[in-house]
Design a protein around this ligand. Sequence first.
Ligand SMILES: Cc1cc2nc3c(=O)[nH]c(=O)nc-3n(C[C@H](O)[C@H](O)[C@H](O)COP(=O)(O)O)c2cc1C
Length: 368
Amino acid sequence: MSQQALLKPIKMGDLELKNRVIMAPLTRSRADNEYNTPTDMHVKYYTQRASAGLIISEGSQVSPEAIGYINTAGIYTPEQIEGWKKVTDAVHKEDGKIFIQLWHVGRMSHPDFHNGNKPVAPSAVNPNDKAYTYQGFMDTVEPRALTTEEVKETVQDFKRAAKNAVKAGFDGIEIHSSNGYLIHQFFNNTSNHRTDEYGGSKENKARILFEIIEATKVFFPENKIGVRLNPSLHGVFGTEADEETIPTFEYIVEKLNDYDLAYLHLSEPFNDVSDKDFLVTNIAEHFRPLYKGNLMINAGFDQESGNKVIEDGNADMVAYGRLFISNPDLPLRFEKNAELQNWDRDTFYVPGEKGYTDYPKLDQEKVS
Ligand SMILES: Cc1cc2nc3c(=O)[nH]c(=O)nc-3n(C[C@H](O)[C@H](O)[C@H](O)COP(=O)(O)O)c2cc1C
């Protein structure tokens, strides 16, 4: 039988990935310590998953202002760098590769995370969603609009985070410009009413992303930088799309061709948007012709559809989220056409080993 498309190696800049089964970025809220530092549990969790072609770490806040969830790991203090270094060393020892996802939640936060101050955003528009705080779910609030100067400072926060990521031993970075968080908030009209160079035209709405690429490539070459986008996100994560959304993303994707990036990481719609004429329902098919580099696709894929999307030429790699939570040896399971374990949603974001590091690998299962 010929080798499955998902299991073929792929070149990403000067990195050689052993397969195309990528671990998607997954917030797991296990950095439950004073400094939001990765712990020995993180080391175990990521090492268990080192057979992925590439691990993309959980979203890691670039600054204290970037926080929007409890117990998420950061990449802005010496303690956090040290914690992450233990993770990258252990993953490298197992012949794995790991990028860190650089994250700023923007308005998807709550004053409880900011000493009672409002979260920051492109504009003062409440996403009317919930934030998960130490007191449980709380209504989001109207955020404070960043000044032009503060937008530039935020770009510098990403730059510092990239510098820290080098110190922490990461193979590269993924810029989280997806899922309704800060950078994505700049792209959409409903969250961005700015009249300065960061609002209005699609070039302006996309500007912050390109400034972050320019700033971070001082520390990582372009071919070690990935960008994540979710063009048809609508009705979730406080995000509302309109007729200008897809043209804005088309502009962004085409402009990303100016950079020799590690990859472009796209998500298929998170929910049914087929009744929205102005949105795209098949992201891989729509954007593949527009992007010349490595294209990673995500959301809702299994083994069969993952192999198919690559065979059809609509993507080069597939990122798996929930399946990697419950199947630490996912590439081996694909290779053996083995049964997959189900994930337990109740343990996605709670402290402790349960549902984090206790999913067995194939050889640890009792096989009858
Ligand atoms: C528990 C959980 C945490 C997530 N955390 C992140 C994150 O930190 N950054 C991100 O870009 N996406 C995050 N996502 C989205 C996933 O990367 C992925 O897009 C989603 O799970 C759909 O892919 P799947 O169908 O393979 O699970 C998260 C999803 C889940 C279920």
